[in-house]
Design a protein around this ligand. Structure first.
Ligand code: ZN
Length: 655
């Protein structure tokens, strides 16, 4: 899911900006937002799992929707037939969810009409006799009504937009009951479904799977018959009705003769039109092929990929038929990517929503890198990281699933998750292995669900890394490190003083990470990889060349807040002694390191005891460089005095 955020987003493009695959446009508005549609919801809607445990008495195998919809009203009527198998020892009550604003006309279970007891959204049908385990039953619910919040198009449910004359659905995470009689269990994927929608002949109806046929009916109506044979989660089922124009084509998979239809339904009642969107729509095949090269063949390739225009700011990865208002191409990339991360493998619980959203967001970065170049991708990555470190609270893992706005918090479930995935890739340090690990994860949990721990197990097994600390610090807990670096150079020694302080110390005491530090010099640029495992670090590195500057993490691998790097800092000196002269012997340049001297004065004497050079130096601690080029070869004495009293003395030779 990708939301456009009301009141936070400027209407970013009044004229459509075409992508530069062709897509070129983006803005900070790609960042997620903590304010979304959920703010409109009463907290009583929040739930973490199915509304009644009795729903887990059965396993849904097939759904058959037979609905009447129109483009001018959210009024719905028809029936949904649920085919299911009993998984409890026995089942004496058939329980499902349907919002109580919708009226149930009748319920048939195995052809027998039965009465319904309603408690809010929970509907209970007492069966005439208990069904034993493994028995298959069919429950057909006839209903009609005007759905709750039908005109609030940025809230979940079934809506009608009176401007674009579009009727559409959106229910993630747990609002399918707003438009159909359902069991809302992430773990109970529906094995196959049929979506039959009767509409006026002037409009089209889009949904999941393949359009098997359009059946002409009497009195100016048609029936769109969609069918899908891929497992589908309840929140990925959709219907969209509007005066759509259609632009469809067949794409070919790279290295194969297989092809697949890409279906696009674009509302005729908007400024959008096929001509304007065609570059985006044509680019979809490139994205599918590229993501297939990374994650494995697009999972639903025997059916289709499609877009249905919907006017809401919420873009939604409805399986094989994304709902979108075509705001930005990168959002379309996000929804395509969900077909691996979210639809093929669905988060095991809503706490694991980052497995859907983090990877879809990271796919946006990957596609920027592939199609727009490294600079654009880096810019996007930095915008994500800036957003994450703009606050110090919140974990990738959604501990509180009753807080609806938390689940789809753009900073955490989307951006922080993507930034942490990027760090994991850095830790693996082998792209072939990293993407092979992702493919293994997708293969292992395909058509089902996975939790954070299950993903972690695959990642550990496939990369050989021990990731307990990594997940604890970056996935389960709040915050990020604040990294401050100071540096100095004296002769062939480079000093780096690095502090690594957690932004949320109550959550993570210290971060363990490898910090890339790029050292620039006229001779060559080199990147050091420094292992940090405490709050304070001092590194002394042998360095033969004059350092011009230092940049911390130039490729933005690490999610951290970096304080501005100061220029060379003469007070950074990790020499073990309080006084040291080096190198000895010297060819002409002598470094004198000292500590804890209030008013130092440096003097050089020759072997006869005559003063040959005197130099003032800064107080306290530091390293001073002395030019001896005018002095002849021989033995010398370096003395450092404090307030006129000689404190240190050392002999050295000049070659
Ligand atoms: Zn998403």
């Amino acid at each position: 899911m990708f939301r456009a955020f009301i009141g936070f987003w400027v209407l970013w493009c009044t004229v459509f900006c075409m992508p530069s695959l062709t897509h070129a446009q983006s803005s900070d508005s790609e960042l997620g937002c903590s304010k979304g549609y959920k703010q409109f919801l009463p907290s009583s809607h929040a739930k973490t799992t199915i509304a009644s445990p009795l729903e887990d008495d059965y396993n849904v195998t097939h759904l058959w929707f037979r609905l009447q919809l129109s483009d001018t009203s959210a009024l719905i009527s028809g029936s949904v037939t649920t085919t299911a198998a009993v998984v409890a020892v026995s089942m004496n009550t058939y329980v499902f969810e349907l919002d109580d604003t919708l009226v149930i006309d009748s319920v048939l279970v195995n052809g027998v009409s039965l009465s319904v007891v309603t408690e809010g959204q929970i509907r209970q049908v007492l069966l005439p006799s208990a069904l034993p385990r493994n028995s298959v039953f069919r429950a057909q619910v006839f209903y009609h009504g005007y759905p709750r919040n039908a005109l609030l198009i940025n809230t979940p449910g079934l809506h009608n937009d009176t401007v674009t004359h579009t009727t559409f659905t959106f229910v993630e995470p747990y609002f399918a009951h707003m438009w159909w009689p359902c069991k809302q269990s992430l773990r109970d994927k529906i094995d196959s479904m049929r979506m039959y929608i009767t509409v006026p002949a002037s409009v089209k109806a889009g949904s999941n799977g393949l359009l098997k046929q359009i059946v002409p009916l009497t009195a100016g109506f048609e029936r769109y018959e969609w069918q899908s044979n891929y497992p589908i989660d309840y929140y990925l089922i959709s219907a969209a009705v509007s005066r759509y124009d259609e632009y469809s084509y067949y794409m070919h998979f790279d290295g194969s003769t297989d092809s697949m239809q890409i279906v696009n339904y674009i509302s005729a009642d908007t400024p959008l039109n096929i001509t304007r969107l065609k570059p985006w729509l044509d680019s979809t095949q490139l994205v599918i092929n590229y993501l297939s090269s990374l994650f494995g063949r697009y999972p639903f390739w025997q059916e289709k990929y499609g877009h249905c225009y919907t006017p809401s700011g919420i873009n939604m990865e409805h399986q094989t038929m994304t709902s979108t208002r075509f705001s930005r191409f990168t959002v379309l990339v996000h929804e395509v990517a969900h077909h691996w991360f979210g639809n093929l493998v669905t988060c095991g619980t809503w706490k694991d929503i980052w497995l859907n959203e983090g990877f879809a967001t990271y796919a946006q970065y990957l596609c920027y890198a592939q199609f727009d170049g490294a600079a654009k991708a880096h810019q996007y990555l930095q915008s994500i990281q800036r957003n994450v470190v703009s606050a110090n609270w919140g974990s990738v893992y959604a501990h509180d699933t009753t807080n609806d706005s938390r689940l789809f918090d753009g900073r955490l479930s989307y951006n922080k998750a993507a930034a942490v995935i990027h760090m994991l890739r850095f830790m693996v340090n082998d792209d072939d292995r990293f993407f092979a690990m992702l493919r293994t994860y997708l293969y292992q949990y395909q058509w089902g669900n996975a939790t954070t721990e299950e993903f972690k197990q695959v990642a550990e097994r496939e990369t050989g890394l021990s990731l307990g600390t990594f997940f604890n610090e970056w996935i389960y807990n709040d915050g990020h490190p604040i990294i401050d670096t100071r540096w100095n150079q004296a002769g062939d020694r480079l000093f780096l003083q690095i502090t690594n302080v957690p932004a949320a110390p109550q959550s993570v005491a210290v971060y363990h990470l490898t910090l890339p530090v790029k050292v620039f010099s006229a001779y060559a640029d080199t990147t050091l990889f420094l292992s940090l495992d405490s709050k304070e670090h001092q590194f002394t590195i042998n360095w033969q060349h004059q350092v011009d500057s230092i940049v911390i993490d130039p490729d933005s691998w690490i999610l951290c807040q970096k304080t501005a790097l100061s220029p060379q800092d003469n007070t950074v000196n990790f020499l073990p002694q309080e006084f040291d002269v080096f190198p000895n012997p010297t060819l002409g340049t002598l470094h004198v390191a000292y500590k804890f001297i209030t008013t130092p004065q440096l003097s050089i004497y020759n072997s006869a005891g005559a003063l040959v050079l005197q130099q003032s130096v800064l107080g306290n601690s530091g390293i001073v460089t002395v030019n001896l080029s005018t002095l002849p070869k021989g033995l010398y004495i370096c003395r450092l005095s404090d307030n006129g009293n000689v404190k240190y003395s050392a002999t050295f030779s000049k070659m």
